[in-house]
Design a protein around this ligand. Structure first.
Ligand SMILES: Cc1cc2nc3c(=O)[nH]c(=O)nc-3n(C[C@H](O)[C@H](O)[C@H](O)COP(=O)(O)OP(=O)(O)OC[C@H]3O[C@@H](n4cnc5c(N)ncnc54)[C@H](O)[C@@H]3O)c2cc1C
Length: 454
């Protein structure tokens, strides 16, 4: 902790001196950090960056060594670019493939949809591998002052039954983790006043604390692989909104081709598990069909594949909880923060890491659990209604006849699809009421009134 932050919390929180050994430094046995973060993906590294930048003593454990591969479409939307720029890192993306919009394909029609102008977001995105991106963001957090232990896995939470569980705290009080250095096998304890769970979609650490996904709500499954392609430097990313299963039936999901600008494209399929009908669909088969069926100019085939496809879960719509305990917050995929409209999760990882850091700064400065509760309020302000609209939308498109009607109708109007892109990418303008904003407000007014499945 910097002197400024230490004096801030020492004066505001009378308990602080009892819990911090002022003589110890990060790495010392017995040292108590202000915050321990489990996981160094977008959500964990952003949280570490914002806390370290504010002067707090933050430690982060990441079980892999950077740079490490992470299964992803590698697509950064303008929302992600904004967060990267706010962390002072857009310069690190020089050389990454910058793109200017989305090419939507469906039912034989093609529309080019440039990213719209927006007061808070740029009108471009990037496609960059998570191998490269996550290493840079994690390094940024370390440079800001976070203590980062790579190749270190959090094996289990350390609980403290002596910390009372306040009303509204769904998770037990966690005051650190038993961690294992994977290269030496050494097991030790890392202790902290607050713990942030940022361990991704599978979230074993979160589940050990008691988080679970609301199974009445949809989840996504996605698979991606890299291909060499002459289209590697196309200025648009491409989405196919009418992907089909082996029997030719349209399924609720989409296929994508995202150009990386280095000879490769990232190709994938995502599927919504909205109801029982889609549980039996094999994403591997879906991917094979998509590759065979994609426009020929991409030259996708088993011969241009650069390795096997890998897949993962997309927990979405804030459907994982509880997200707070007396001393614990859950962020990113571990909290199910992916946008259900488009499967985007990187921006929401950065954003929720940042929201958690803001609440933790207030908690450490003396507000305690009141500030942790504010994290939930901040999530609700930022995404509550929007995700409710999104969850309603995906219940609709999981019915093939309605999906065909919605997408088929939309594809007849470029203007309509520009509004749809704005709603689905969560880049609705707060400063004006254009058709997209008006359409969203109408949908939101309906969503507010519609009860969700129990
Ligand atoms: C196939 C696929 C395609 C996708 N495409 C896109 C896309 O194009 N654009 C987009 O915005 N989003 C995309 N997403 C979603 C996106 O990948 C996630 O939303 C995002 O990675 C969430 O970030 P996170 O930090 O919460 O979790 P993660 O990125 O999963 O990071 C969690 C980190 O925690 C570490 N960890 C886990 N357990 C432990 C432990 N016990 N101890 C220490 N470390 C641990 C992991 O090694 C990992 O580094 C895609 C997802 C999938 C599966």
């Amino acid at each position: 902790m910097s002197a400024a932050a230490r004096s801030k919390s020492a004066s505001a929180d009378p308990d602080a001196s009892a819990r911090i050994d002022p003589g110890s430094t990060p790495g010392d046995e017995g040292h108590v950090h202000d915050v321990l973060i489990v996981g160094g993906g977008p959500s964990g590294s952003s949280c570490a960056y914002w806390l370290a930048e504010a002067g707090w003593d933050v430690a982060l454990v990441e079980k892999k060594e950077f740079p490490r591969a992470k299964t992803c479409g590698d697509g950064l939307t303008p929302r992600s670019v904004r967060q990267i720029a706010d962390m002072g890192m857009e310069g690190s993306l020089v050389g990454a493939h910058r793109y200017s919009g989305l090419r939507a394909h469906a039912f034989g029609k093609v529309l080019d949809l440039p990213w719209p102008e927006h007061p808070s977001f740029p009108s471009y995105g990037y496609v960059v591998t998570r191998h490269d991106l996550d290493a840079v963001v994690n390094e940024r957090a370390a440079k800001a002052g976070a203590t980062v232990w790579q190749g270190t896995e959090a094996l289990e939470p350390i609980l403290d039954a002596t910390v009372p569980t306040p009303d509204g705290a769904g998770l037990p009080s966690c005051v650190g983790a038993v961690v294992k250095d994977k290269s030496t096998g050494q097991v030790r304890e890392v202790r902290a006043r607050y713990v942030v769970v940022a361990d991704g979609a599978n979230s074993r650490f979160g589940r050990a604390l008691g988080t679970s996904r609301d199974r009445s709500q949809p989840m996504g499954m996605a698979l991606r692989g890299y291909y060499s392609s002459p289209g590697h430097d196309q200025p648009f990313i491409e989405s196919h909104l009418d992907i089909r299963d082996g029997d030719g039936n349209v399924v609720p999901g989409y296929g994508w081709i995202f150009p990386l600008g280095d000879g490769r494209v990232n190709v994938g399929v995502g599927l919504l598990s909205t109801d029982r009908r889609w549980k039996g669909v094999n994403t591997g088969t879906l991917m094979e069909h998509f590759v065979a069926w994609a426009p020929k100019e991409w030259e996708l085939s088993p011969l241009t594949a650069l390795g096997p496809a890998t897949g993962g879960k997309l927990p979405m719509g804030l459907t994982v909880g509880p997200r707070i305990g007396a001393t614990t917050l859950v962020v990113g995929d571990a909290a199910g923060t992916i946008n259900p409209f488009n499967g985007e999760g990187i921006a929401y990882g950065y954003e929720t890491g940042r929201l958690a850091a803001a609440s933790l700064g207030e908690a450490l400065s003396g507000d305690g659990f009141d500030a942790i509760v504010r994290y939930e309020a901040r999530l609700d302000d930022a995404y509550g209604l929007y995700y409710k609209v999104a969850r309603a939308f995906i219940r609709v498109i999981s019915r093939p006849e309605l999906m065909k009607l919605c997408v088929g109708t939309g594809m007849y109007s470029e203007t309509l699809m520009v509004w749809v892109l704005r709603i689905m990418s969560n880049t609705i303008r707060p400063d004006e009421i254009g058709p997209a904003e008006a359409a969203y407000r109408a949908l939101a007014a309906i969503a507010r009134l519609v009860p969700e499945p129990a």
